[in-house]
Design a protein around this ligand. Structure first.
Ligand code: GDP
Length: 478
């Protein structure tokens, strides 16, 4: 079982570390399905299931079966036959949790699922908490904490990018990178600390300072690379942020509804209807986008509307892509009025000009001379759906996130990102210390802090609170 060496918290005897009892839960989605899987894990799992499971073939008792075998039989209690089931057997340590585990596949009736659970509980099992199977896998050293978190991400994945990120993390690519970094940091630390042991002999210098500086800079670069990947990771996980901006009544809410395929935002001919920000996600060609409908930009004395407009500007800041919607009927006027402001605010963004309501104009407007060269411009009718597909194609082209390759390490978890930033702060202090010839014990302290923050990510150092927080977000049965 995992031993948690914790420098900052000594109390590791708590609920989260108790894995002596046997737990059970329905692992398939709640509701009626063709079949359902009930998972039982812990020391007594095989013994408890053997009392309820009666093999159809004589002599095939569950407790005598080898690991990785399937047995066909029935769950029988007294005179009651609950269902015909298939029992899959895993023996410790070769199971997901690292413990003896039985997975019972029964028919998907809610009554059958509940009845089997009741019988398991009556025979000594306890209901598993959310994520407890994965938590046991972590405690039994089957995976580290970042891999356990990836299990939840994998289950929640809805796009190709999210799936690939979660798979990479679950396979341990990120963990390996962190292990390398910690190994290098430990090398420097041990050299520094060796020097401290011989502090009386000032002539001895075990750690060549220029070598240490080089190593610290390599570590800093590797961590910076990981921290920078968070922007892409976050966009893949939570959707690429796309702000839809423009003057009131340009058709922003109509476009949002069209892109989301639902009536999310109120569409109205009354100016200033959208006063707050409305956002939602949708998949386009396997890529998750987060569209943000903003309050229309116009000069107004209405205080609440002005607050909304202020938020529009903030949302531009937070977006990767900006769709500037212009009403085709009044396009020249709108570009003259707010063009310069928008071009300025979006200078570091992917700006796409969307000329809307083309159904109301006779001839296509040529606006190229009014906008910066090479800025994409697209003519649509949000109301009629004309050319919206073309806009979707432009959006997928405009995403700067290239599909992650198998093996790419991209940070997508806020907890990991924060820990990396703390580790970066520590390594910067190490670098300052080396630069200013500070004494080894100061530098060593910062090195240890840096290792601590990296260890936090994989759960080598952790607290109940962190574990509770992570696993409570899992579903029951995983
Ligand atoms: P917003 O203030 O920018 O969010 O604009 P809305 O989406 O609320 O639309 C304002 C008005 O323009 C509504 O009456 C819409 O039906 C209308 N509208 C939106 N898009 C189009 C379009 O492509 N063609 C036409 N003819 N009207 C549209």
């Amino acid at each position: 079982m995992r031993h948690l060496p914790c420098w900052f918290c000594k109390d590791i005897q708590s609920d989260y570390f108790m894995t002596n009892d046997t737990i059970c839960a329905i692992s398939t989605a709640p509701g009626i399905g063709g079949v359902a899987v009930i998972r039982v894990s812990g020391k007594e799992s095989i013994a408890i299931c053997s009392k309820l499971f009666h093999p159809h073939k004589k002599g095939k008792d569950l407790s005598c079966q080898k690991a990785y075998t399937l047995s066909y039989g029935a769950i029988i209690h007294g005179k009651e036959t609950v269902d015909d089931v298939v029992a899959a057997l895993f023996r410790s340590p070769h199971s997901f949790t690292g413990e003896d585990t039985v997975e019972l596949t029964c028919h998907g009736s809610l009554y059958i699922q509940q009845r089997i659970l009741e019988l398991l509980l009556a025979h000594g099992c306890r209901m598993a908490r959310p994520g407890e199977f994965t938590q046991r896998a972590f405690m039994n050293g089957k995976m580290d904490l970042s891999q356990a978190e990836a299990v939840a991400d994998l289950i929640a994945s809805t796009s190709e990018g999210q799936h690939r990120l979660a798979m990479n993390q679950m396979k341990g690519g990120f963990s390996k990178e962190l292990k390398n970094l910690r190994k290098q940091l430990l090398e420097i630390t041990s050299l520094m600390e060796l020097e401290l042991d011989f502090a009386d002999h000032e002539e001895l210098e075990f750690a060549d300072r220029s070598e240490l500086k080089k190593l610290a800079s390599q570590i800093e670069n590797a961590m910076l690379h990981l921290a920078h990947s968070f922007k892409a990771g976050n966009a893949i996980k939570n959707g690429i942020p796309v702000a839809i901006i423009g003057k009131t009544n340009a058709g922003k809410s109509t476009l949002l509804n069209r892109l989301l395929n639902e009536d999310k935002a109120i569409v109205s001919a009354i100016h200033g209807t959208t006063r707050d920000v409305i956002e939602d996600t949708t998949l386009i060609k396997g890529q998750l986008f987060r569209f943000i409908d903003t309050a229309g930009i116009r000069n107004t004395t209405d205080a609440i509307e002005n607050l909304g407009i202020e938020r529009t500007f903030q949302k531009i800041e937070q977006s990767s892509i900006v769709l500037w919607m212009i009403d085709a009927v009044d396009a020249l006027q709108q570009i003259k009025e707010i063009g310069n402001d928008i071009f300025h605010r979006c200078k570091n963004k992917q700006l796409i000009i969307v000329l809307n309501k083309v159904d109301l104009i006779e001839t296509q407007l040529d606006l190229k001379h009014l906008i910066p060269t090479n800025m994409p411009i697209i003519y649509i009718s949000a109301k009629e759906g004309k050319n919206v597909e073309e806009l979707q194609r432009k959006l997928t082209e405009a995403t700067q996130i290239t599909p992650t390759q198998q093996g790419d390490i991209i940070v997508s978890n806020v907890r990991h990102f924060e820990a990396l930033n703390h580790a970066l702060d520590s390594i910067h202090r190490v670098q300052d210390g080396l630069e200013n010839n500070l004494s080894g014990d100061f530098i060593s302290q910062d090195l240890r802090e840096c290792i601590f923050h990296l260890s936090n990510i994989v759960g080598e150092v952790t607290t109940d609170q962190v574990l509770g927080n992570i696993f409570s977000h899992f579903c029951v049965g995983k």
